[in-house]
Design a binder for this molecule. Sequence first.
Ligand SMILES: C[S@@+](CC[C@H](N)C(=O)[O-])C[C@H]1O[C@@H](n2cnc3c(N)ncnc32)[C@H](O)[C@@H]1O
Length: 459
Amino acid sequence: MANSSTRTGRSAREMKRTFYNNGAHGQLKSMSKRRARLRAEAIHFISSGSDKPCYEVKWINDYKGCGVFACAPIEKGSFVLEYRGELISQYERDKRQGEYTEKQNAFLFDFEWNNGSWCLDASCEDGSLGRLVNDANRSPNCKMRKMTVQCKPDLCLFAIENIQAESEITYNYGESLWPWRALAPSGVIPAHASADPKVNQRSTSSFQQTPSGMIPAHTSADPEVNQRSTSSFQQARKTSGTVPSHQCPTAEQTSTDLFEESSDAADYDDADYVPDSCGNSSDASIISTASQELKTMKGDSATSSEVPRTLSSSKMSSNRCTSVISCSANSLKNTSQQKSSINVTPLPITAKGSKYNKKQFCLYCKRPFLNWQDILNPSTVKSLMLQWLSVLIKDPAKEASCYALLRREETLAIMLKWQAVALERWLLVEDPVLQNNLMTSVTANFAKDCMQETLYGVM
Ligand SMILES: C[S@@+](CC[C@H](N)C(=O)[O-])C[C@H]1O[C@@H](n2cnc3c(N)ncnc32)[C@H](O)[C@@H]1O
């Protein structure tokens, strides 16, 4: 030992340090150093308001819109991106949700912090990348994590696995019935970046519409999932169970946890993460103003069981559509206690093929659906709307005001907006057994084509 020390020129003290560092204590020390380094890196980007340069935005497809991709490998545990936005109170969030017009994007991320409910409003397109990261419920490579920097909460994505260059950055938006997840098993639309570089360039304007908002969040065959959806988005994670909001980490806890000596930076406790960690109150929520429209149409009267599904709708604008991530528990609270005037009764499950075919019978009015092209004709749309509304809206007072509104608003854009809402209701009642069948994909394609036609003039 002594000889070797002499040969390598290392002092006994250095050797002792090496020995020490090779032991458990040493490992903890180096972990803690690593964590400090990662935190410092996150703070650097948070403070400078910039993103790491190793990501790019690529167009994926019409369905998913854009996504964020790694340009270089990312090590597990690394800080990836900040979900940057304006920090607002829940009160302000609720106000804004109502105020956001069709022309704006509403990207509102609710979370619990310091025993209160907060929201990061990333609706303003500021060039930051965190707001463009897509959802992956099966195998996300990142997790959103709360950090407290300069006495204010920040939401940051951290890699939970080694990420290869060219991979899409994803995280789990939470256990809600996100509409796009309904399509995922059938692999209807692949999530590969387009090979066309022109296509991959991110448009500088609003978010691309994805028809996902029109796709039904079907009633799951899994009773546990249904339980969640009917209980106002309670996050009942199999692993950790529902975490009541009062158990959410406070600012102090959050920041301390990040540096907790006993946990590896690459393996943070789930309790640190949002949206999953904070139960119902921290659901990733990018709110649709369509939900507002829907509420208006319904007289603000969704039942709790309807809400998760109805709020996962799309919002349409005259020039562009904005895809949305649905609602937060808080927004649900306001609506869930009120009685619904819309009676959604699924038809009984029938033998495959006997009821559903390419003629697309409307599950409400039981009439065959019209030719898809007809739907773009305002007068056809109007009569269809009237048909649907008469079935959807049971309350005569509501019915009358809906008709009156419909009569006043004669433009195609308005018609289509209404149609989108009604179509969504129609889609919702599809039974889960058939959710991935031809009808769903045909309907999805219809919705997509229909909206594309309206928005971009392309069919
Ligand atoms: C925060 S944005 C993400 C960026 C978005 N893809 C875009 O192009 O602007 C959230 C929206 O992206 C879409 N999205 C996110 N994850 C998705 C997924 N896994 N599949 C399909 N669409 C997804 C949904 O329309 C959602 O409302």
